[in-house]
Design a protein around this ligand. Structure first.
Ligand code: TXA
Ligand code: MG
Length: 330
């Protein structure tokens, strides 16, 4: 099987109708979202969700983010506390996932939530939003890559990785945000907002909207709160060396802000995430540049420091995962 590819600009109608047809048959479709490409399937069907895990080669069932087209659809499945509602009203559609208690008898299948009593809900923009509205059911969608590989930010990435395992890839061009959504969970009693995964919506914007700082739990606690966030989740083939101040001959170089680096003339490849030091541009380029650096054949990728503010928090989180020792699980 080789996946058919439909471009949303050239064939907007068919991009919706064909995707709906495949979803109705219970199969996953790779779709563009503003963050990364998702491997989407009907979140209410066990067979459809199992096919996501099978296609990704995931060794274990992790909770998946379920995508809705608006708050109204979200309310069919989950219960909103006032703070979560305010965040949804402010940031949806957009790169924010909110973990909420499932409603009793919610139609979302336990395979999508890994049997938890909560569900991670996100309302994406653009094509994905239209598709969910037309389909009228939530779509479970992890990133559309083989488990353990870097998330795809173009239809080409998906085709190269999963093209022979999928029926359909919808091509919406490059993902504008470039890193996965930010995940939060609100304590309904206290209104405290816990940051479970930094992502495409900077934590400071959430704090501004809610009028309170976010809580963070470092290390293993965060992994338990957001199961499936294994350290080596974003692993390229090459070794990743963080906080590099110089580059060895033959190493690939990923740098930031137009700053020159000692030894850069002998790098296997020289990539600047954002010559103008724009963190949004850096996030949008991150996964593509990791792939390019990896494809250069270099055994090691040297990455210079990235400021840890705004979207820098998500960039540094993904880089730390890319650099983490491989645990062979994801
Ligand atoms: O940007 C994104 O969020 C992308 C695009 C495709 O929308 N999706 C994505 O989905 O990254 P996924 O399924 O790979 O994210 C799953 C992660 C889990 O590993 C876990 O960290 C968190 O979301 N998660 C999901 N449901 C949860 C829950 N009920 N409680 C805590 N964490 C949850
Ligand atoms: Mg992923």
């Amino acid at each position: 099987m080789t996946a058919e590819r439909i471009n949303i600009t050239r064939e907007p109608q068919r991009a919706i109708s064909e995707a709906s047809r495949v979803l109705n048959d219970g199969f996953p479709v790779a779709i563009p979202t503003e963050t990364v490409y998702g491997l989407a399937a009907d979140a209410t069907r066990a067979d459809a969700i199992s096919r996501i895990y099978e296609t990704k080669g995931r060794p274990q069932f992790n909770p998946l983010i379920c995508h809705v087209c608006d708050i109204k659809m979200a309310e069919r499945y989950a219960v909103f506390d006032p703070v979560s509602r305010q965040l949804a009203e402010t940031f949806w559609p957009g790169p924010l996932t909110i973990v909420l208690p499932l409603k009793k008898d919610s139609a979302i299948h336990p395979l999508a939530t890994a049997g938890l009593e909560t569900v991670g809900l996100r309302c994406p923009e653009g094509y994905a939003n239209e598709l969910i509205r037309a389909f009228d059911r939530p779509l479970a969608a992890p990133s559309a890559n083989t488990s353990g590989k870097i998330s795809p930010t173009s239809a080409r990435h998906v085709m190269d990785d999963l093209g022979d395992k999928l029926q359909l890839i919808i091509d919406g061009g490059a993902s504008p945000v470039g890193v996965e959504s930010t995940i939060v969970r609100v304590d309904p009693e206290t209104g405290a907002i816990l940051l479970l995964r930094p992502g495409g919506l900077a934590a400071m914007h959430i704090a501004d909207a809610a009028g309170r700082d976010l809580e963070r739990r470092a290390g293993p606690a965060a992994i338990i709160e957001a199961p499936g966030m294994l350290a080596s989740h974003y692993a390229p083939g090459a070794n990743v060396r963080l906080d590099a101040t110089s580059v060895e001959p033959g190493e690939a170089l990923i740098r930031f802000g137009g700053k020159s680096v000692a030894g850069m003339e002998n790098a296997a490849i020289d990539l600047d995430l954002s010559p103008s030091a724009d963190l949004a541009q850096a996030a949008a380029n991150l996964f593509e540049y990791l792939k390019r650096a990896d494809a250069s054949g270099a055994a090691s990728i040297a990455v210079t420091p990235i400021p840890n503010e705004g979207l820098g928090e998500a960039i540094n989180d993904r880089l730390a995962r890319a650099a983490a020792p491989r645990d062979g699980e994801e």
